[in-house]
Every structure is written in C-alpha cells, then in structure tokens.
Design a protein around this ligand. Structure first.
Ligand code: ATP
Length: 303
C-alpha cells in the first residue's frame, strides 16, 4: 500500500485560550480529492495552514509527501500548490506578469501559456488584476497554485462568491487537475461541492473530526431509507401499504400519502397500487443527502 500523501495525526492548535483544533487526524491518499467540510470557525483553515507549514501546531504530527512542513518548508513549497481565499494581487499586475512572477519561485515551473489556456485566461493575458471578474480572479488563483507543477494542491473555499455557472466550470476544472495526477485537499463549507467533488471527506465541527468517509458512506450512515410521496387516484387504507414488507410507516398530509421504508419502497408501493388499478399521482421520491448527514452529525444545518 502506498504511503499517504498527507498524514495528520493528533493535531492540536490553540490561539490563547481558544482551542481551534484538537485531536484532528486524517490521511490523504495519492490521487484523491479529499475534502475538509465544516461551518465557519470549525477549524478548517487552521488545519490546512498546519498542513501547509504556515502555522505551527501545539501538538500532533503532520507529514506531506514524507516532508515535515516546518522543517522542510523550502522543499515543500516546491511540491505543494496553495490556492487561498485571500490572495489579492497589486491592481496593475497583468495576468501574465503574475504567472511569470510566481513561476520564478519554482525549480521546474509549468508552462504559463498552457496554464492560461487550460484555465480559460488566454484573452485576459494582458489584463490588469483589478479589472478581472470574480470568476477570472478565482481561475488565476488556481493557475498560481498550479504554476509550480505541484504533486499536491490545497484549494480553500475556491468557489466562494462565484455564480452557479462559474462554480460548475470550476468543479470540472478541479476534476481535470486531479485526472492529471494532482492530489487535492479541498476546504469547503459548501455541501454540493463536497458531494460532487470529494472522494472522501472529514467533517470538522468545533475543532474536531466528527466523521470521515466517502460522501455516500456519510449519507448511508444516516439514511433512514426511501420516502415516497403521492396522491392516490382512489382511496387507499394505511394497512394496505403497511402490510408490504418494505413499508415502515404511512403518514397523511392533506390528500397526499407519505410512505417511508427500506429497500425499493417505490416499486413495492406502485406495484401494489397497480394491482388495484390505483395510480400514484404527483409522485416524488426522496432520499437522504449530505445535508441530512451533516445535520445528523452536528445537530444543525451548515451555514
Ligand atoms: N489568529 C487567530 N487568533 C485567535 N483565534 C483564531 C485565529 N485564527 C482562528 N481563530 C479561531 O479559531 C477557530 C477556528 O478558525 P478557522 O479559521 O480555522 O476556522 P474555519 O473552519 O476555517 O472557518 P472559516 O470558514 O470561517 O475560515 C475560530 O473560532 C476562529 O475564531
């Protein structure tokens, strides 16, 4: 088995009296998109800043590509790309100048022209930073994280403030970056992003990892099965449905029935109704999603 690309063990970091993270442990495998999901102030940034070598933990061990982020900082800088939510540039810096400047920090930088092309910034090559749109600034920050041709990239809240279309484009881009072999540590408080992109994720709450699994695994752990809502075309007695082995409960809301249970509730219910020539109108099927998992784990919705 490969050695994990990032290993964090028993991390603790305090700011004065405030314990920002405690007992945080996780390992990121090569080629993964690993997410750190949590609400504002949960400790996500503190955790990744310890991984990047920007903060020194009070306790615990961090290893990135076999390097110690504090002892081997210079070497790590060459192999780790950092995209940060707060990377502002001088107003008059042009896009190509920013890439050129950042490229000069690396032993073996990526080709800036190819990166501009990949990130859809060719036409903005000579544009001043100040006049870039939010989405273009975001793409530039990703380009700057990749200019060193890193093996690992840390992306922090990368779609914050983007409109839905730019957000989806950015997600496609992150997948392409991973497909080219870059391991990605993704910080997010955005559920759809975690569900769409992450192979596995650690849910952080009040400084601690409270769950670590694939998005599907997190959902399965709280999944109370399928819930089918419909309006029957003719009256149906509750018992007719509760007698089905798949069905656990039947509730009535106005003219609608809400039938919940395990296994293929939808098929069982529609087949039983069909045997009596009853049609399930206005039919909807609901399953638990990552939002439900988060609420079950933390006791509240993600802000
Ligand atoms: N330099 C600091 N001094 C004092 N407290 C801090 C400092 N940095 C962070 N904190 C506190 O530590 C806790 C964790 O902060 P952190 O920034 O790691 O959370 P986060 O999950 O990244 O949140 P956000 O999404 O808002 O950035 C918060 O309560 C925060 O107020």
């Amino acid at each position: 088995m490969d050695v994990p690309v990032i290993e964090v063990e028993g991390l603790r970091k305090t700011y004065g009296e405030k314990v920002a993270v405690d007992e945080v442990s996780f390992a990121v495998e090569r080629g993964e998109i690993f997410g750190i999901l949590g609400s504002n102030g949960a400790g996500k940034t503190t955790t990744v800043e310890c991984v990047e070598g920007l903060r020194v933990p009070d306790r615990g061990r961090v290893s990135v590509l076999g390097l110690d982020p504090w002892r081997d900082t210079a070497e790590l800088r060459q192999r780790l790309g950092i995209q940060s939510q707060a990377s502002e540039m001088p107003d008059k810096l042009r896009v190509w100048e920013a890439l050129d400047l950042y490229a000069s920090f690396y032993r073996r930088p990526a080709d800036p022209e190819r990166l501009l092309d990949r990130l859809g910034l060719v036409e903005q090559r000579d544009t001043h930073y100040r006049t870039l749109s939010g989405g273009q600034k975001q793409r530039l920050s990703i380009a700057l994280a990749l200019i060193g041709d890193p093996e690992v990239a840390v992306l922090d809240e990368l779609t914050a403030g983007l409109d839905p279309a730019s957000r989806r484009e950015t997600w496609d881009l992150v997948e392409q970056i991973r497909d080219q072999g870059v391991t990605i540590l993704l910080v997010t408080h955005f559920m759809a992003e975690a569900e769409r992109l992450c192979d596995r994720l650690a849910v952080i709450d009040a400084g601690r990892v409270i769950a670590l699994d694939t998005p599907a695994g997190l959902v399965a752990a709280v999944d109370d099965g399928q819930r089918v809502t419909f309006r029957p075309s003719a009256p149906v007695a509750d018992e007719f449905l509760t007698d089905l082995p798949e069905v656990r409960a039947v509730e009535r809301h106005g003219g609608h029935l809400v039938v919940s249970g395990r296994g293929n509730v939808l098929h069982a219910v529609t087949a039983a109704l069909a045997s009596r020539q009853i049609v399930a109108e206005e039919l909807r099927v609901q399953r638990a999603d990552l939002d439900d998992a988060f609420v079950a784990l933390t006791g509240r919705a993600l802000d």
